[in-house]
Design a protein around this ligand. Structure first.
Ligand code: FEO
Length: 394
């Protein structure tokens, strides 16, 4: 990415990763990503907020060269994860006078992860400020978005918030600012679902705290800058709220077609009740799409056959993710088929330790579905309808 000027003396100097398709060897990135870093040139000091992924080291270094930066006084990691901190050692090598300014917890992480020596750090705490001349940086400690050491940096005079991962989107674009809000909304929701959703209650507190700050721009560490901050703040307020939608997310897998017959019937019976159904075939689904659907749904019904007494391994994976992502769903159940017995239901329940949703009566049948089994699916659909009605979301 070439250098882009945000305001006089404030530059975006990060890198776009057009080709990356997987993060943490887990999360699909259909639209690539970016690692945003920002340079603040004050009259007396120069600060670099975050760096980039180590694979993009040369791009950051070249951007600093292009700007003719002879001195960096402060490197400010808002987060220790390597896609933002990974090039700090190189920057310290090029600018040996620089201090790494961060909170005590982030300092310890960086010492462990990147072997940065203790004497390179300048520790800051909540509400501490740092002057770079005519500009002032304020630090806002904001743990658990999505690591325990995270913080935000607020540029007071320009009213720019640098919240690292929070509000970010895995979206490679040449636009400096959000241009296509619908597209960025989807990318940001995917990002929230995959990364931030387990920390919903922490984020609620941080967004409450941000009410004390006038924010004209949000410059996250992934994706384009929000020059209309209310767009992403409103989206987050919705996602982190306790509100759910009249939806059933239906992750499913079927081996010989019996569970699939149940799924097909169940989809139709839910549609007849005007409930939005989002089925995901677990053998081919993008788990990011599944995660997005989990953000708002009131109900999840997992559909799986029995394999060696337990759920199908694809259903185990989906259950594990569901438990780890901690969506705010209210109701959950299981449907599926078995051949001669098993403990599929018990095993799924045992994996859902983080999910507080009410468990509705499951429909676990022997072999191919029969008339009574379809009636049981109708009954489950009716129960979901009544439960959603009770929430006033139908
Ligand atoms: Fe983009 Fe948590 O790193």
């Amino acid at each position: 990415m070439t250098v882009k000027e945000i305001k006089k003396g404030i530059y975006s100097v990060g890198a776009i990763d057009w080709d990356r398709r997987l993060f943490d060897e887990l999360i699909p990135l259909p639209d690539g990503t970016s690692y945003n870093a920002y340079l603040i040139q004050g009259k007396s000091k120069t600060a670099l907020i975050d760096t980039v992924d180590p694979t993009k080291e040369s791009e950051l270094v070249n951007n600093l060269k292009e700007l003719g930066i002879k001195q960096i006084d402060y490197i400010i990691p808002n987060h220790a994860e390597q896609d933002h901190s990974g090039v700090i050692p190189k920057i310290l090598e090029l600018y040996p006078m620089a201090k790494v300014v961060t909170n005590p917890k982030c300092k310890e992480f960086l010492k462990d992860l990147l072997l940065i020596p203790d004497d390179k750090f300048q520790v800051v705490n909540d509400k501490d400020t740092l002057s770079v001349g005519e500009r002032t940086l304020e630090f806002i400690i904001a743990p658990w978005v999505h690591w325990p050491e995270t913080m935000f940096t607020y540029l007071k005079e320009d009213k720019i918030l640098f919240p690292c991962d929070l509000f970010g989107s895995h979206f490679a674009t040449s636009d400096l600012y959000v241009h296509n809000e619908a597209k960025v909304y989807e990318s940001a929701k995917r990002y929230y679902a995959e990364i931030m959703m387990p920390f919903r209650t922490n984020i609620q507190k941080h967004i409450e705290k941000l009410k004390n700050y006038q924010i004209d721009m949000i410059a996250s560490s992934h994706g384009p800058i929000y020059n209309n901050p209310e767009f992403i703040l409103n989206a987050y307020r919705d996602w982190i709220s306790d509100n759910v939608k009249n939806e059933v997310v239906l992750p499913y897998v079927s081996m010989h077609g019996s569970t699939k017959k149940m799924v097909d019937y169940f989809i139709d019976t839910l549609i007849k009740r005007n409930i939005t159904v989002k089925p995901f075939n677990l053998t081919r689904t993008d788990i990011g799409e599944l995660a997005i659907a989990l953000v708002d749904t009131a109900t999840v019904i997992l559909a799986t056959p029995t394999v060696l007494v337990g759920p199908h391994p694809s259903a185990v994976y989906a259950t594990y993710l569901l438990n780890a992502l901690r969506p705010k769903l209210k109701f959950i159940s299981v449907i599926g088929s078995y051949g001669w017995g098993g403990k599929m239901l018990e095993q799924i329940k045992g994996m859902l330790t983080n999910i507080k949703a009410e468990i509705l009566e499951p429909v676990i049948i022997k072999g191919h579905p029969k008339e009574n089994d379809y009636k049981a699916l109708d009954k489950l659909a009716e129960e979901i309808f009544n439960k959603h009605k009770g929430l006033k979301i139908t």
